[in-house]
Design a protein around this ligand. Sequence first.
Ligand code: URA
Length: 213
Amino acid sequence: MVDITPLGELAREIYNCQRCGLYKNTTNAVPGEGNPHAEIMFIGEGPGYNEDRTGRPFCGAAGNFLTQLITSIGLKREDVYITNIVKHRPPGNRDPLPEEIEACKPWLDRQLEIIKPKVIVTLGRYSMARFFPGVTISRIHGQSQKCGEYTCFAMYHPAAALHQGSLRATIEADMLKLPNILEDIRKREQPAPIPIATKPPPQEARQLNLFGF
Ligand code: URA
């Protein structure tokens, strides 16, 4: 069945994307997946081998760890939205080039416009650089910062824990900060309560008080 939602329409455009040369060596584009009304949007680097074969983001070993992290805060993958900074796999899993990231930018911009997440979680250096330019991940991971209309939260890429076991606990601890960040945003966005009109005390009571009784 054809998906006629805005994200479905966008995915069709991404499947046909030839804005840069990445599409030439791929099997599938990987637009992203998840809840179109997600409060949290995870943005990784780019599809790898498994993602290219299946057309789904984060479905290999790093993806399994990301799923565990999402579960650790009481959510399911279907509750959040997961995508990447580039939508086609860079050959041999090399890092995406600046011109490829730039060419892919309009897709991510449109995903953000449609989903309007409360928090953008950047996974790894490349998506971090889009929202937190000029910083190092070792300095800002686990911290949130306002980026225009969005709150952004930087995390190490889940694959980093697979290569460097000592980062696993850091990534898990950073993830556990997300529910509070989200709760604070929800509270800030709540409309201010309408003040309840206070009734002046009855005349008699006010007079008694004047005499100190
Ligand atoms: N790594 C990423 O950055 N994205 C994926 O989708 C899979 C692995």
